[in-house]
Write a protein that binds this ligand. Sequence first.
Ligand SMILES: C[S@@+](CC[C@H](N)C(=O)[O-])C[C@H]1O[C@@H](n2cnc3c(N)ncnc32)[C@H](O)[C@@H]1O
Length: 270
Amino acid sequence: MILSSRVAHHIRSDRGVAYSRVAVTSTDHEPAAVAGPSPATSSTPVPTAIPIRTFHPRRGRMTGRQLDAMDQLWPVFGLTVPEPAGSPLDLADLFGRRAPVVLEIGSGMGDATAAMAADDPSRDYLAVEVHTPGIANLLDLVRRHGLGNVRIVEGDALELVRGLPVDALDAVHVFFPDPWPKTRHHKRRLIQPAHVALLRSRLTPGGTLHCATDWAEYAESMRRTLDDDPGLVNAHPGYAPRPAHRPVTKFERRARTASRDVFDLIYHRV
Ligand SMILES: C[S@@+](CC[C@H](N)C(=O)[O-])C[C@H]1O[C@@H](n2cnc3c(N)ncnc32)[C@H](O)[C@@H]1O
């Protein structure tokens, strides 16, 4: 598969860089006083922006198979989040065809993405993840299952979405996002009003935002947030019945083992 120069522009060429963790951040910021001189007065501390991340920085070793997948497949199927100043990502160019695109935010080890892409060849799957071993694992699954309809972005999903054209996505999946259970960490949650408005703006009219979680309090918060968004309507009266097309991943298996409920929320853009 040959990617066009426009897409190749976003792809890492330095293999050494590809394996290292990149400092990817959200551009939502919280002010914090910094003990340094203000450029204006040279004595007054000024607030500066500390980026808020929706993910835990994690290290992880890659297996031999994952390293090999990274070597062989990253140049073909992988890209980093494009620079904010660049032109919007051209998805038809990226996938080499014009088809509905599903964005998989936080694809983890990629099992769900690979299974859905295999079952749904008429749509393209754009997975975004910050965890390098997970990215490598999905690349390996792409190779093993011969999937042509998957591309994998390394970096912050929110940055990626800001760089997508409006109306670009047929669906957005946010499956088992980090729950950030402590109240002081709720600002790190992926599903919060500003992020939902951003995701909705990139959905095509009638497009789907599908979230799933096993964290009951986060599920309630998601429901309030999604209900309150003026551009979304709930496809079901309350939580959705578990859709058969959402593959079971380790997070759902863990929840079942611990007798925790799993909540699906399926909304459409009006
Ligand atoms: C709890 S895991 C769930 C993985 C997968 N969706 C599943 O169901 O198996 C959440 C994942 O989201 C990723 N994540 C969180 N915030 C992200 C962001 N802003 N951009 C990209 N990935 C993110 C984390 O690195 C983590 O792998």
